[in-house]
Design a binder for this molecule. Structure first.
Ligand SMILES: O=C(O)CCC(=O)C(=O)O
Ligand SMILES: [Fe+2]
Length: 211
């Protein structure tokens, strides 16, 4: 399985000529939006709005990927072409993902609590927000990092832009006290062990991508 990834910092197309500036603006807006959503989540968890700032995510690490998913082909010699190019089942690694997908292609699936894969249809003008592994740990499981995958069985090339808002790179993440009390784990016990975000990121990249 392959995934085509353009890293914004390395990609310099001739067209549009202002690609770099456009992406920088987009990323700044996403960073601002993600910080605000995290303030709302912190309040919803019963904490201060700034729970995910300072040493935790005050210098949030971010990643943006522009991903192209080719159409299905019959190159593999099968009578009915199937698409084996996509994005395998995974959870995102950090706090929050803002996913901007093509408006007219059904391709993203998420696994619900009953273990069924359901479509996450694009809604024009909206982002899909994925919870990442670090928010699952911080919230002691009150927020689940949802398993998702991409299968492009349409006849159109699909593009998505995924913006990942993470903790500070070196932050050691562990369940927040407020969440241990609220997550019903008897006497405020933590359900997840401490993880250093940067180490988690590197280990996931090494196992999730095929080069
Ligand atoms: O392209 C998509 O819809 C999802 C991409 C994704 O899940 C990821 O890059 O982590
Ligand atoms: Fe993802």
């Amino acid at each position: 399985m392959h995934i085509f990834v353009f890293f914004v910092s390395l990609y310099r197309p001739e067209n549009p000529p202002n690609f770099k500036e456009m992406m920088e603006d987009y990323i700044n807006l996403c960073t601002d939006l993600a910080r605000k959503i995290m303030r709302g989540i912190a309040l919803a968890l019963g904490g201060s709005p700034y729970e995910f700032e300072g040493d935790r995510a005050g210098d949030a690490f971010w990643v943006t990927r522009i991903i192209g998913y080719p159409v299905k082909t019959s190159e593999n010699g099968q009578e009915k072409p199937v698409n084996d190019i996509g994005c395998g089942a995974h959870t995102d690694y950090g706090l929050l993902t803002l996913l901007n997908q093509d408006d007219d292609i059904l391709a993203l699936q998420v696994r619900n609590l009953s273990g069924e894969w359901i479509w996450a249809p694009p809604l024009p003008g909206t982002f899909v927000c994925n919870i990442g592994d670090m928010l699952k740990i911080y919230s002691n499981g009150l927020y689940e990092s949802t398993l998702h995958r991409v299968i492009n069985n349409s006849t159109k090339y699909r593009v998505s832009v995924a913006y990942f808002y993470e903790t500070n790179f070196d932050t050691a993440v562990e369940p927040l006290d407020i969440c241990k009390q609220r997550s019903g784990s008897g006497g405020g016990a933590k359900k997840f062990e401490r993880a250093v975000y940067g180490e988690h990121l590197v280990s996931k990249i090494l196992t999730n991508f095929v080069y």
